[in-house]
Design a protein around this ligand. Structure first.
Ligand SMILES: [Zn+2]
Length: 469
């Protein structure tokens, strides 16, 4: 099996360090809010990697962290702790915030058929290991104290920047005014932060009441559970330039050698060709999509259409296409399942070989999906096709054996586009404000797009696609 290693910038043949067991660490969510679909794309990629390894006969020893302290508003060392801010705003304790959003995250990954890593590690359960790590780094001369915390001196670590390939000299030349004049180098990062009075989460340390930086948790927890050298580290590409550079610096400084064999990263998801952002109102969660009539697995299918190292542009048109395709695939497979088994079984070995090669070639899942489609469409209906597809589904994770729900058999127009839902909501507001002129013009706009809005008692309404001629 070949995997693209971000560190060496090439596809390499994957070999585990120890026999058939793969040790793998995955950066998990910061649990201060609901995870959005862009986050979920990264975990779907992690899951596909885990499934592909298992299908190749490996046993997984996977660890994923839950960040419930230390992740500041910027990925660097500025701003308030995300958990602290959410706790303050929602008048809850950070532990309550973390528990609530961890549960929501777990519910989402279950719906998406994302297998849970073997071990889920909470940052706040590992304060002792992190503190010990930082103390050792200071003893070795990599850490130094400033007024607000303990920082890592990157000038002591010549390999800094090797994962992202950033040029520190260039970065320094173009750097904005340094916010912390006590730092020795602009890219020095916090290992440990002294707790300001308003910081709720705090622990005793040689430097007084304080809390860990974000990056140290992944170094400390991967070391604890997977040892000083492990096989694979995954994350999103957004982790590369800061979080993972810092992890490498901390871990290699402590061990004096390489600590991860393969760094594997999933690409970004865009929305309507742009960035997802709250101000644009285009940050969607799995629940949002479900509210619009899509299933979590429709979204998973949508993600599998793009290679994990390619940017993927999310549109509702694309998601609707994925929903239709998944429904058609399930329908076709039911026909294969129901066909008489008596006829001689078709020879499927060519498809199976192509499928295995695609999966083994740096997880070329879009190609593997194409192989599945060709197998399902070509030749006679036969239960052997259903069986072969189910086996391939151990990698896709699309629950292809599920019956397409009756409602999904309806035409693709059964899904009401988000834009129409928005217009209908605006119209409801207009009616509440007794602005009938606006409400009439919004109705005209909705009808022009091919939908009918039916008013119901209590200012409720229903939207239906107009009957097709
Ligand atoms: Zn991490």
């Amino acid at each position: 099996m070949k995997l693209y290693n971000t560190l060496t910038r090439q596809k390499e043949e994957f070999q585990p360090l120890k026999g058939k067991t793969v040790s793998m660490y995955s950066c998990g969510p910061t649990v201060y809010n609901y995870a959005h679909i862009g986050n979920m794309r990264t975990y779907i990629f992690m899951d596909i990697l885990r499934r592909a390894l298992k299908r190749n006969g490996y046993t997984l020893k996977g660890v994923m962290n839950i960040t419930d302290v230390g992740h500041l508003l910027s990925d660097g060392d500025e701003g308030e702790d995300k958990l602290n801010k959410a706790a303050r705003e929602q008048k809850k304790s950070p532990a309550e915030i973390a528990a609530f959003y961890t549960e929501a995250f777990m519910a989402d990954i279950e719906k998406l058929n994302i297998g849970k890593p073997e071990l889920i590690a909470k940052a706040t359960d590992h304060i002792g290991e992190m503190l010990e790590f930082v103390v050792k780094l200071c003893e070795k001369g990599y850490g130094y104290e400033t007024a607000d915390g303990i920082y890592f001196d990157i000038s002591r670590f010549p390999g800094y920047g090797k994962l992202s390939g950033i040029n520190l000299e260039e970065q320094r030349a173009g750097a904005r005014v340094e916010v912390n004049p006590q730092k020795r180098n602009p890219a020095d990062f916090a290992l440990w932060k002294k707790a300001a009075p308003e910081h709720i989460m705090r622990w005793d340390s040689p430097w007084g009441p304080s809390y860990p930086g974000w990056h140290i948790e992944c170094s400390a927890m991967s070391r604890k559970y997977l040892g000083p050298l492990f096989d694979i580290h995954t994350g999103g590409v957004d982790h590369i330039p800061i979080h993972h550079e810092n992890e490498i610096a901390q871990s290699e400084a402590l061990e004096g050698k390489k600590t991860v064999n393969f760094w594997v990263h999933g690409e970004f998801m865009m929305v309507d060709n742009g960035k997802m952002s709250k101000s644009l109102g285009n940050v969607y969660t799995i629940s949002d999509l479900e509210g619009m009539g899509y299933s979590a697995l429709d979204f998973r299918y949508f993600c599998l259409n793009a290679h994990y190292r390619k940017k993927l542009n999310f549109t509702f048109e694309g998601l609707t296409g994925a929903k239709t395709a998944l429904c058609n695939l399930r329908t076709a497979l039911q026909a294969h399942k129901a066909a008489p088994a008596a006829a001689p079984a078709p020879d499927l070995s060519g498809y199976q070989k192509d499928f295995a090669e695609a999966v083994g070639d740096d997880l070329n899942i879009p190609y593997a999906l194409g192989v599945l489609w060709t197998m399902v469409k070509e030749g006679k209906k036969h239960p052997a096709v259903y069986a072969a597809a189910s086996e391939m589904d151990t990698v896709f994770g699309l629950s292809l054996d599920r019956l397409p729900p009756a409602e999904e058999k309806k035409s693709r127009s059964a899904v009401i586009p988000a834009e129409i839902l928005r217009l209908a909501e605006q119209r409801r507001q207009a009616r509440l404000n007794k602005d009938y002129k606006a409400s009439d013009s919004l109705r005209a706009e909705i009808e022009a797009a091919g939908y009918a809005v039916i008013d119901k008692p209590g200012n409720e309404y229903e939207i239906q696609p107009k009957a097709e001629k």
